[in-house]
Design a protein around this ligand. Structure first.
Ligand SMILES: Cc1ncc(COP(=O)(O)O)c(C=O)c1O
Length: 447
């Protein structure tokens, strides 16, 4: 594309031009000059079934021709079919109610509103606070920033935000809580109760968490029994649990939802990018009957977003889930996740700048440090993550940049579930080359 035309796209004049992409196909982005870039992050960890599926495009065309738009409360065949499939094959037992939004931030905001309506309807209007965790991300609406622990993204917005207590992240690499015990004592779970106490338990409505984190600190997982203990704490205090699976849901971690690995069923579940795999903007809020019952009993409504449950988006999502089921892609995500991990450990396991390789299934991340022994980070001016991502494009792969707080430099990997072994070789080779060249660049800068 003519660079002059490309420069019209960014909102900020300083934004420069992004990567021009002509087409997407399978695991690849295809540039206007024909170059093929491996989509090692599936976009923003979205493209689970791979790009360019004609049968999905055909469903979208059919749905758009049939019903271009009707308000979200109206019932259409495509809407009902999606809810039926979700209930029959996807949602954890006990979670039955479905409402939709056009993106993750919107769906999280909806979860907060539903939580608040639940308690107001039940006659507990003092409960409104939502306790989140450090190093978490729940979207860019003001409510999402409020409950999230991504300090940089909150910066400047503080007048709009509440200063609610945050529970610590589960971050064994740098955990100071169990030091001395020699093992994980689940102090991070007990700290959720401390945060609830600091907030005032009778004012707390919900605890929100990512069972496997996204790009903020890079695919942080939680220790076994963490969710069971946190669930018990929340139940004891009459607090709802909200699992944010915008990134980890719909097969990404090798289970339908990441909470399934722990057999944990939250009260509300938000997911996800994998619902329509990038073919349509749709994210779901799913809830237990007991969450919506008091709202319904009072005859209240939950206000919809105009584009929520768009008929074509529902049709596309239903088709995407059918493909995932038909091709056994959740099991494949688990299998290819192992294959990815093996390659990462083989190529980067002893790398002087790799502090940790972590994650589950096909949601993995590499944390980079200047010194592996002390875990000292690179200087921020080294811009190591950005340099690796730029080098990756030169080496034929797109890696997703992450990192926040103590986990300053993180590369996130989330290829399509359909990724092949050969493509994983390409990914690992491009990643090692990109890390080495970025580290050499940083060393040269230091002189
Ligand atoms: C866990 C989590 N929650 C919420 C969001 C926000 O979703 P969106 O960017 O679709 O608004 C994201 C986005 O990456 C996410 O990973």
């Amino acid at each position: 594309m003519d660079p002059e035309r490309a420069r019209q796209y960014p909102f900020l004049p300083s934004g420069g031009a992004g990567l021009p992409v002509a087409r997407t196909e399978g695991s690849f982005l295809i540039l206007p000059d024909g170059r093929r870039i491996l989509d090692a992050a599936g976009g923003a960890v979205v493209a689970s079934i791979g790009h360019g599926r004609a049968e999905v495009a055909e469903v979208a065309a059919r749905a758009l021709a049939e019903t271009s738009y009707v308000v979200p409360p109206f019932v259409t065949e495509d809407r009902v079919r999606l809810v039926e499939r979700l209930r029959a094959s996807w949602l954890p037992a006990g979670i039955t109610r479905c409402m939709f939004a056009s993106g993750g931030s919107e769906a999280i905001d909806l979860a907060i509103r539903v939580t608040r309506q639940h308690f107001v309807s039940k006659g507990e209007p003092a409960r409104w606070k939502v306790i989140g965790r450090e190093l978490s991300y729940h979207g860019t609406t003001l409510s999402g920033l409020d409950i999230g622990g991504h300090v940089k993204r909150r910066k400047g917005m503080e007048p709009w935000l509440h200063d609610l207590p945050k529970a610590p992240a589960c971050y064994p690499l740098r955990c100071g809580m169990c030091r001395g015990a020699g093992r994980c004592t689940l102090a991070c779970a007990d700290a959720v109760e401390d945060a609830i106490r600091r907030a005032g338990p009778e004012t707390v409505a919900a605890f929100v968490f990512e069972p496997v984190g996204g790009s903020t600190a890079g695919a942080l997982t939680s220790p076994p029994d963490y969710l069971a203990r946190v669930g018990e704490i929340c139940r004891r205090h009459g607090i709802l649990t909200i699992a944010d699976e915008v990134m980890s849901g719909f097969g990404r971690t090798g289970a339908r939802f990441a909470v399934d690995h722990d057999g944990f069923v939250p009260d509300l579940l938000v997911g996800g990018k994998g619902l329509a795999a990038g073919y349509a903007p749709i994210v779901g809020l799913f809830a237990r009957e007991a969450v919506v019952a008091p709202i319904a009993a009072r005859g209240d409504e939950v206000m919809f977003y105009t584009y929520a449950a768009h008929p074509a988006a529902c049709a596309v999502a239903e088709k995407v889930l059918e493909i995932v089921e038909r091709e056994g892609l959740v099991a494949r995500a688990a299998r290819m996740g192992e294959a990815l991990r093996e390659r990462l450990v083989a190529t980067l396991g002893a790398h002087p700048h790799v502090a940790e390789i972590r994650g589950k299934g096909l949601l993995q991340a590499i944390e980079l440090v200047k010194d592996r022994a002390t875990l000292a980070p690179f200087a921020p001016e080294d811009r190591i993550t950005a340099t690796i991502v730029a080098a990756g494009l030169g080496n034929g792969a797109f890696f997703y940049p992450g990192g926040a707080g103590a986990a300053q430099d993180v590369i996130v990997l989330g290829p399509p579930f359909t990724v092949s072994e050969g493509e994983l070789d390409l990914l690992a080779n491009a990643l090692v080359k990109s890390i080495d060249s970025a580290a050499a660049h940083a060393a040269a800068r230091r002189g």
